[in-house]
Design a protein around this ligand. Structure first.
Ligand code: NAP
Ligand code: ZN
Length: 346
């Protein structure tokens, strides 16, 4: 077994604390990655606090992982030691079902393994990236260009792909007015990709203080959603809206901002279900759609796109000891825009 150290929640009621544990040995098709940085996703808060469902504890969160390959199995062809590598929200799947064959392994119906908070194919708990290392099948690790700031790449593995994927699916680009609801980790990546794809981007935010920062990201307009007049001025004006909000909220005021035939793309995961009126949806032929992370081929495509266009996340690098403060500040919307743990501080 491989010795690992990290930060774990021992239960949904306890704070994360240092914890030593074991990972499986490096198999024929596995790589061992020494983790350099791991992003802090709002999902880490939802899951360690049982906000969605009872979790598997002890839980080592983290699914925005970058590091250096330090060991490869005998049959590994994709990586060699010393390579940069990245891991996102999943570490295994069946490879044989319709979704896996279509490159949407994140929806594997047979034996999906997400990066943490479930059992893997060896019947061992999967532990995430708030740790010094990770072992996984090479197919689920991605290449990272040497050109990009390594720490700022980490959030691309969840916040990046989760917003890149639906914008590509709906072919958002030139001539489109795109709104992004919530300027957090996912939201700021939606702004960057929307701008890169040529859309006119508006940020819909509850935080008036984020206007200047939003414009620096490339957003063309900024609307404070608590201001009724500002909301009124954008009624029926967007082709697409991407909702990245983590907290329970009413969708109906945002749906009113779509043009006829407009598409509402939800990627946020508040715990409470929505209440939608059939009249709201029928009027203007509205589409409400969801999107979950992204498959393996598209994740590599996104990383390559980012290397070509010099896109990374805007990050605040933290000591792992400050993870509680990071969780608290994220809950207050007080982060520009993603905390990333420097694993050297472990
Ligand atoms: P985050 O960094 O905390 O950003 C969420 C943003 O939502 C906040 O910065 C804030 O932006 C806004 N917000 C907060 N409370 C709000 C409220 N009551 N009403 C309206 N807006 C509010 O979180 P994140 O890491 O981007 O994650 C966002 C959500 O996506 C989480 O639920 C996460 O679990 C989910 N997620 C989904 C997927 C997927 O596959 N679909 C993948 C990753 C994460 P403003 O200050 O600008 O209002
Ligand atoms: Zn995430």
């Amino acid at each position: 077994m491989i010795h690992s150290k990290g930060y774990a929640a021992q239960s949904a009621e306890t704070d994360l604390a240092p914890w030593d544990f074991e990972r499986r040995d490096v198999g024929l098709h596995d790589v061992l990655i020494d983790i350099a940085y791991c992003g802090v996703c709002h999902t880490d808060v939802h899951l360690t606090r049982n906000e969605w469902f009872p979790g598997l504890f002890p839980m080592v969160p983290g699914h925005e992982i970058v590091g250096i390959v330090s060991q490869v199995g005998n049959h590994v062809t994709k990586f060699k030691t010393g390579d940069r590598a990245a891991v996102g929200v999943m570490v295994d799947s069946c490879r044989a079902c319709e979704d896996c064959k279509n490159g949407q392994e994140q929806f594997c119906a047979v034996s999906p393994v997400v990066t943490y908070n479930n059992l893997d194919h060896y019947n061992m708990p999967a532990y995430g990236g708030y740790a010094n290392n990770i072992v996984l099948n090479e197919d689920f690790a991605h290449h990272v260009s040497e050109k990009l700031d390594f720490a700022a790449v980490a959030p691309l593995l969840c916040a990046g792909i989760t917003t890149y994927s639906p914008l590509r699916r709906w072919k958002v680009g030139e001539g489109h007015k795109l709104a992004v609801v919530g300027l957090g980790g996912l939201g700021h990546m939606a702004v960057k990709f929307g701008v890169a794809f040529g859309a006119e981007v508006t940020v819909l935010s509850t935080s008036p203080g984020k206007e200047e920062a939003a414009k620096k990201l490339g957003a063309h307009h900024f609307v404070v959603t608590k201001d009724e007049e500002q909301m009124k001025s954008t009624l029926r004006s967007f082709h697409f809206i991407v909702d990245t909000v983590a907290a329970n909220h009413d969708l109906n005021p945002y749906l009113a901002l779509l043009k006829t035939n407009g598409v509402y793309i939800n990627v946020g995961m508040p715990a409470e279900p929505w209440q939608l009126s059939s009249f709201t949806l029928a009027t203007g032929n509205k589409v409400v759609s969801g999107s979950g992370a992204g498959g393996l081929p598209e994740t590599q495509e996104m990383l390559d796109f980012c290397a070509e266009h010099n896109i990374v996340s805007d990050i605040e690098l933290i000591n792992i000891k400050d993870i509680h403060t990071a969780f608290d500040r994220m809950l207050k919307g007080d982060v520009l825009y993603r905390f990333v743990i420097d694993m050297a501080t472990l």
